[in-house]
Design a protein around this ligand. Structure first.
Ligand code: PEP
Ligand code: MN
Length: 334
């Protein structure tokens, strides 16, 4: 809409879109209001708006993802999780065990990472394990432990949901729903998460292109949920020395293509604890808005992903180095 368009003119455009049978998404920027017209081949209806006032220009969004695109929303989206802002100037640390294994280890870890400056506690209660014989997680009792840890430490809680039927249950306990790499193209799950009213942390599929990932985000956004956090967690390449290959390119590229915040998971990406700190720092230097890192009181006894989990001491060292890096980047830790 034009800079000086009135509310009545904006409303008239919105009404016209709805008459045609398409959907609208309003984006209010500092300069002007953008009316996104959503639906197959929406641009073909261009002429239907020619007689309406207050329109500055009608432009097609050329990318296949629309709501997720930078064209649609030029300003960065900041996802506010109970006062923790993800996508702004401050880098947010999310940390905790791969799986919730019990209350004591979870509380120990939560207290430790909170004291070091983490803002969000991670921990899986529903685990999407590659083998059906591996530990599958504690289910609802694990979610309850996460909620207890939140009450005790003030950390927000991010935890994975693996099936559409569990979204309601997990949303009862979580502040952020994690959708894992193995489920990035589980469209029923994406839509259910989009209707949950909770922010969604969307891991990149391990063999997905950036376009497929942003289209997965589009599934969540198209359900009316604006709070999507992208998470690069490593992709499959020919290299087998590391578990996956952290795609650092994805960070600045996703920021160019999309307004959504992006965080990085150097634990899944490397599979090796000694690589986590350097890759975490590299990710932040490349523009990541946050990190999600696996931390365990005794990594060699972990029920999942022990080899890539930091112990408390190495987590502290990461936090120290991160503060130093942010200082030199003229940034601050949240
Ligand atoms: C995890 O965070 O423990 C996890 C299983 O992540 P991903 O889906 O990225 O493998
Ligand atoms: Mn893990």
């Amino acid at each position: 809409m034009a800079h000086q368009a009135t509310q009545a003119e904006i409303d008239a455009v919105v009404d016209r879109v709805h008459e045609i049978g398409l959907k609208t998404e309003i984006s209010k920027g500092e300069e002007r209001t953008l009316v996104g017209v959503i639906g197959g081949n929406a641009y073909a209806y261009k002429e239907a708006f020619s007689h309406l006032g207050g329109i500055h220009e009608i432009i097609p969004i050329t990318k296949p993802f629309k709501l997720a695109s930078r064209e649609f929303r030029p300003l960065d989206t900041v996802v506010d999780v109970g006062g923790i802002r993800i996508g702004g100037d401050e880098v947010v640390m999310m940390a905790g065990p791969c799986s919730v294994e019990g209350e004591e280890m979870l509380l120990d870890t939560a207290r430790h990472v909170a004291a070091q400056g983490a803002k969000v506690l991670r921990g899986g209660a529903f685990k999407p394990r590659t083998s059906p014989y591996s530990f599958q997680g504690l289910g609802e009792s694990g979610l309850k432990m996460m909620a207890t840890a939140r009450d005790e430490t003030g950390l927000k809680v991010v935890t994975e949901v693996v099936s559409p039927g569990d979204v309601e249950l997990v949303a009862k306990y979580a502040d952020i729903l994690q959708l894992g790499t193995r489920n990035m193209q589980n469209y029923a799950l994406l839509q259910e998460a989009g209707r949950s009213g909770k922010p969604v942390l969307l891991k990149r599929g391990m063999s997905s292109t950036i376009e497929e990932w942003l289209l997965a985000a589009e599934y969540v956004l198209s359900q009316g949920n604006r709070d999507v956090i992208l998470c690069e967690r490593g992709i499959r390449t020919f290299e087998t020395a590391t578990r996956f290959t952290l795609d650092l390119n994805a960070i600045p590229l996703a920021r160019e293509l999309s307004h959504l915040p992006i965080i990085v998971d150097p634990s899944q990406a490397t599979g090796k604890w000694s690589l986590v700190r350097p890759m975490a720092l590299a990710a932040v230097a490349a523009g990541a808005h946050g990190l999600i890192v696996e931390v365990h009181p005794t990594p060699n006894q972990a029920l999942s992903d022990g080899a890539q989990s930091l112990d408390f001491e190495s987590f502290d060292r990461l936090m120290q180095d991160l503060r130093r890096l942010l200082g030199s980047l003229a940034k601050q830790l949240a």
